[in-house]
Design a protein around this ligand. Structure first.
Ligand code: NAP
Length: 244
């Protein structure tokens, strides 16, 4: 039976690349998204064309009960959940002195609490299977901080603590938990940055360019593979060597 990967925020950008990479490797793929189901359905169709089973699950990952509903549906549809990739995320950048409470709350709910929601509901299934892979998409902003991203950095730093604690707690159950910390990657999230900000960012990157979503997906795919069976509790930075 094909292994089953559940990827949150898989309708575009990094999550879409991760979903398609899993499909190319023969995994059945549960595609999650929230506000744009038609994009999620496109990804599902592309996965099916690659010969695997795939369905779209439109649920807001910041909602604890909705995550439970989604996880139950995915398990019912595919029979297991072998890999969970917590990728869904948003930004609401702004200076700290002017940041609204709403902006802080929504970013931490979608980027950070969602990961508790998902791990909380999926870990029981993986514990029963005595195997599983959890991969959290954090950010270099969570490692080093970034001016204008107080809310986002807080959420992404929190994911690092969650990754380390979950790895320690779930290791004996055959479950690995790792995080990938991308630098600047070409997606809608960075498309909105001004040319000036993009240029300044590129100057900080040794490789002299932004990364591509596929360059994150290949690392996630390795973490999900048999070759990474003894790799857990690690934060893997994929940023083209950037000094922030
Ligand atoms: P993106 O292109 O904006 O895609 C974000 C994805 O998250 C979409 O599929 C979106 O689906 C989904 N999403 C947002 N809110 C959601 C919610 N409440 N419930 C379920 N899904 C939700 O972003 P990206 O650049 O690919 O980023 C993916 C991840 O990588 C994020 O966690 C981000 O923080 C992280 N990251 C990105 C970069 C970068 O430079 N791009 C760098 C470091 C880390 P809907 O539109 O349907 O809601």
């Amino acid at each position: 039976m094909n292994r089953v990967a559940l990827v949150t925020g898989a309708s575009k950008g990094i999550g879409k690349s991760i979903a398609l990479d899993f499909a190319k490797k023969g995994y059945n793929v549960a595609v999650n998204c929230n506000s744009n189901p038609s994009l999620g359905e496109d990804v599902v169709n592309q996965c099916r064309l690659l010969g695997v089973e795939s369905d779209c699950f439109v649920f807001d990952v910041s909602d604890f009960e909705k995550c439970k509903e989604m996880v139950d549906l995915v398990k019912e549809r595919f029979g297991s959940i072998d890999i969970l990739v917590n990728n869904a995320g948003i930004t609401k950048d702004g200076l700290l002195a002017r940041m609204s409470e709403d902006s802080f709350d929504i970013v931490t709910k979608v980027n950070y609490k969602s990961v508790f929601n998902m791990i909380r509901h999926v870990s029981g299934i993986m514990i029963k299977q005595r195997k599983g892979r959890i991969i959290n998409i954090t950010s270099v902003s969570g490692l080093y901080g970034n001016a204008g991203q107080f809310n986002y950095s807080a959420s992404k730093s929190g994911l690092i603590g969650m990754t380390l604690s979950a790895a320690k707690e779930l290791g004996k159950r055959g479950i690995t938990v790792n995080a990938v910390a991308p630098g600047f990657i070409e997606t809608d999230m960075t498309n909105g940055l001004s040319d000036d900000v993009k240029q300044k960012a590129v100057e900080l990157i040794a490789m002299g360019r932004f990364g591509k979503p596929e360059e994150i997906a290949s690392v996630v795919s390795f973490l999900a593979s048999e070759e990474a069976s003894y790799l857990t509790g690690q934060i893997i930075t994929v940023d083209g060597c950037m000094s922030m």
